[in-house]
Design a protein around this ligand. Structure first.
Ligand SMILES: CC(C)(COP(=O)(O)OP(=O)(O)OC[C@H]1O[C@@H](n2cnc3c(N)ncnc32)[C@H](O)[C@@H]1OP(=O)(O)O)[C@@H](O)C(=O)NCCC(=O)NCCS
Length: 158
């Protein structure tokens, strides 16, 4: 059984498991459960649950700039990669963003992360808008991307 849903900031057991996933994906930069609780409170922390295990997560934060958001984090477990899970999480994320009136989603990614860049540009329609040299510190370059979030279709009967 699979489920993609937003975690609440008091779901400590699931926040701890999501933190373990963060560590798997980002090592020492992975978010702790308390930071994840904050993310769940001020943004949207989406988790992909399969057979009672968290196998993926995405964090969305609203930009101060009007009607836009930032994809702050995206990870799937190494055992579940290349099966379309990240695409499923992000497609669910686009629906959440659309329902909150968000029109544009930004992200940054390392230029060395070829898999993630392919996912964003070839599978999900993100466009590269800027190179950000030394963005995360000397030699730690990032690439800025954005995607227009389509508005939900209005019901024809309305
Ligand atoms: C990037 C990441 C989220 C992708 O998750 P995933 O569940 O494997 O992605 P999906 O199965 O939905 O999408 C697969 C597509 O993404 C791209 N892709 C993902 N990993 C890839 C890799 N190692 N090499 C090449 N392309 C890759 C391809 O376009 C691939 O399509 P294909 O299988 O038809 O070639 C996952 O590898 C991960 O968690 N990495 C560690 C954390 C990270 O780097 N996050 C992104 C930070 S910006």
């Amino acid at each position: 059984m699979i489920e993609i849903r937003a975690l609440k900031p008091d779901e400590w057991s699931l926040l701890t498991k999501t933190s373990e996933l963060e560590r798997e994906g980002f090592h020492e930069s992975g978010l702790t459960p308390d930071s994840l609780a904050l993310m769940a409170r001020c943004g949207i922390l989406l988790v992909f649950i399969e057979n009672n295990q968290i196998i993926g997560e995405a964090i969305l934060l609203r930009y101060i700039q009007e009607n836009s958001a930032l994809l702050f984090s995206l990870v799937t477990t190494s055992a579940s990669r290349r099966k379309g899970r990240a695409q499923q999480i992000l497609k669910e994320a686009f629906k959440h963003l659309s329902s909150h009136g968000i029109e544009k989603l930004f992200l940054t990614v390392s230029p060395d992360n070829e898999g993630a860049i392919s996912l964003y540009t070839k599978k999900l329609g993100f466009k590269v808008t800027q190179n950000l040299p030394d963005h995360f510190g000397p030699g730690k370059h990032r690439v800025l991307m954005e995607k227009i979030i389509e508005r939900k279709q209005e019901s024809l009967s309305q």
